[in-house]
Design a protein around this ligand. Structure first.
Ligand SMILES: *Cc1c(COP(=O)(O)O)cnc(C)c1O
Length: 364
C-alpha cells in the first residue's frame, strides 16, 4: 500500500507518535488505563474553557454520529421539542436521527451556502413556544461554512432553551468558549481537530442539565447519562472501550498542547487554508464559499471546467501522495480539500504544485 497524506475532514493524517501509542495492548479495568480516560476527560474540559464544577466530559464508543445520536436520544425527552437548524448534510443527519428516535422537532433549513437568519429563528422561537432545545452544527463539513455560534447562543440565552452544538469538525481547531456561549452539550470526536484516530466521540456537557436526563434514553448503549455515571466513578467505560484509540487520543491531546493549544493550531489551519484558496484560484478553481463564510477546516471547490474529471484528477493527485475528498452537494459539481490533521505549509505548497502540474498536463 502506498503512503499518502489525507486532506480529508477525518480520519485525517496523524503523527507517527500518535500511531505508536497503539503498539501496546492495554487492560480496560487496570488503573493505568482508567487514569488515561480521566486525564483525557480533564484535558477536554480545559480545551473547552470549562470548569469541573460546571461541566463534565463523557466519552462514547463509535464514530461521531454515535455521540450525536447519544445526545439527542438521552437529553431530549418525549415532552420536549427540538429546533434543528440546518444548512448541510450533517444538519440533515441530525434531522434523520430525530426522526429515527421519534423526537418532536422543527427543522429550520437554509441553503447550503447561507447562514441561518437571526430574525427567522427568533420568530420560530416565538411561534413555537414548546421548543425546548436548539441544535446546530458549528462547522458544516459539507461545505466548510462556519455557522454563527454567538448568534445562536444569544438566542438560546434570550429564550432560555437548551443548546446542543455539533462541533465535530471544529472543536480543537477553533476556540469555542463553551461556558461563555452557554452551550449545554458540545459534541466532537477523536479523529477531527484533536488529530487522533477514529473510534469514539465525546460530549462536553453541563452537569446541571445532564443530571436531569436520567431515564430519558430509549437505547441502552447510547445512554449518555448512564455512560457518564459509570465513567465518572473512576474512568472505567461501560462496555469495551477502544483502548488503542484512547491511548492515541491521549497522546494527540498532549501534542495539541505542545503545539501551543487551539490558537496555534487554528493559525496553522487558517494559514494553510489561505494559501490553498489563493493558489488554486489562480489556476481556475473557484471556492464555493466566499472567504468570510469559510472555516479553516475544509474548503469546497467547484470543478474548473465542464470537462473536468474528478476521478482522473483524484488518482493523479493520490499517486503523488495526497488524498482529496469528493463533494457532497447534490446540485453542483464540487470536491473538497481538508486542512485539518498533521499537514503543514510545505504539504499545501506541494499539493498546489501537483494540482498546477495536473492543470498543465490536461491543457496539453
Ligand atoms: C465528521 C462529522 C460528524 C460525524 O461523522 P462520523 O462519520 O460519524 O464520524 C458529524 N458532524 C460533523 C459536522 C462532522 O464533520
Amino acid at each position: 500500500m502506498n503512503h499518502y497524506k489525507l486532506l480529508t475532514p477525518g480520519p485525517l493524517t496523524t503523527t507517527s507518535s500518535v500511531k505508536e501509542e497503539m503498539l501496546m495492548d492495554r487492560c480496560t479495568w487496570d488503573n493505568d488505563y482508567k487514569i488515561i480516560t480521566q486525564k483525557i476527560r480533564s484535558q477536554l474540559l480545559d480545551l473547552a474553557g470549562a470548569s469541573k464544577e460546571e461541566y463534565t466530559a463523557v466519552l462514547m464508543q463509535g464514530s461521531g454520529t454515535f455521540a450525536v445520536e447519544a445526545v439527542m436520544n438521552s437529553t431530549i425527552s418525549n415532552r420536549d421539542k427540538a429546533l434543528i437548524i440546518t444548512n448541510g448534510a450533517y444538519g440533515d443527519r441530525i434531522v434523520k436521527i430525530a426522526q429515527s428516535i421519534g423526537l418532536a422537532f422543527y427543522q429550520y433549513a437554509v441553503a447550503y451556502d447561507q447562514y441561518p437568519n437571526e430574525e427567522e429563528i427568533r420568530n420560530i422561537l416565538i411561534e413555537e413556544p414548546d421548543i425546548t432545545h436548539i441544535v446546530m452544527v458549528h462547522c458544516e463539513t459539507t461545505t466548510g461554512i462556519l455557522n454563527p455560534i454567538e448568534m445562536i447562543s444569544n438566542l438560546s440565552k434570550e429564550f432560555g432553551r437548551t443548546l446542543i452544538i455539533d462541533a465535530m469538525s471544529s472543536f480543537g481547531g477553533i476556540e469555542i468558549d463553551v461556558p461563555g456561549l452557554g452551550i449545554d452539550y458540545l459534541i466532537s470526536s477523536a479523529n477531527k481537530c484533536i488529530q487522533g484516530v477514529p473510534g469514539f466521540g465525546f460530549v462536553i456537557a453541563k452537569i446541571e442539565k445532564l443530571l436531569a436526563c436520567e431515564g430519558i434514553s430509549r437505547s441502552l448503549s447510547l445512554d449518555l447519562f448512564d455512560q457518564w455515571k459509570e465513567m465518572d466513578k473512576d474512568g472505567k467505560w461501560r462496555f469495551t472501550s477502544p483502548t488503542h484509540v484512547v491511548a492515541a487520543f491521549s497522546k494527540a491531546l498532549d501534542e495539541l498542547e505542545e503545539e501551543g493549544g487551539i490558537p496555534a493550531r487554528f493559525s496553522r489551519y487558517q494559514k494553510n487554508n489561505h494559501i490553498l484558496r489563493e493558489r488554486l484560484k489562480k489556476v481556475g478553481f473557484e471556492a464555493y464559499l466566499p472567504e468570510e463564510k469559510q472555516s479553516p477546516i475544509i474548503t469546497t471547490f467547484r470543478y474548473p471546467s465542464d470537462d473536468f474529471h474528478f476521478e482522473h484528477f483524484y488518482t493523479f493527485v493520490k499517486e503523488k501522495g495526497y488524498v482529496l475528498y469528493p463533494g457532497k452537494l447534490t446540485n453542483e459539481r464540487t470536491f473538497r480539500i481538508g486542512n485539518i490533521g498533521e499537514i503543514y505549509e510545505e504539504d499545501i505548497e506541494e499539493l498546489c504544485d501537483i494540482i498546477e502540474t495536473y492543470i498543465g498536463v490536461v491543457k496539453k
